[in-house]
Design a binder for this molecule. Structure first.
Ligand SMILES: [Zn+2]
Length: 92
């Protein structure tokens, strides 16, 4: 069991949450100018690190709010997002 710290409700069992994937994947600034290859990369490609990973979670069975955390993918240790990670943007 993994305890996920909802910023509003406190630590709760992981079964109350919905995983939202990698955080800070920005929508392209000009979608019409993005090549098919870069559009596919924006839609389907995500980082898969061994270690710290910034990701989105929704407290679906609780307050229903979305929030960002940093999780160690090896140990499942979770920390609040400190905003230190860099957002990725498709620019072409
Ligand atoms: Zn909550």
């Amino acid at each position: 069991m993994m305890l996920i710290p909802c910023p509003w409700c406190g630590p709760r069992n992981e079964i109350e949450f919905h995983y939202g994937g990698q955080a800070e994947v920005r929508y392209p600034v000009d979608p019409q100018a993005v090549s098919d290859e870069d559009w596919a990369r924006f839609l389907f490609f995500r980082d898969n690190p061994k270690g710290m990973f910034t990701e989105r979670w929704s407290h679906a069975a609780g307050c229903r709010r979305w929030f960002t955390v940093r999780r160690d993918t090896v140990t499942n240790e979770i920390h609040p997002d400190d905003g230190a990670s860099n957002a990725r943007t498709v620019t072409r």
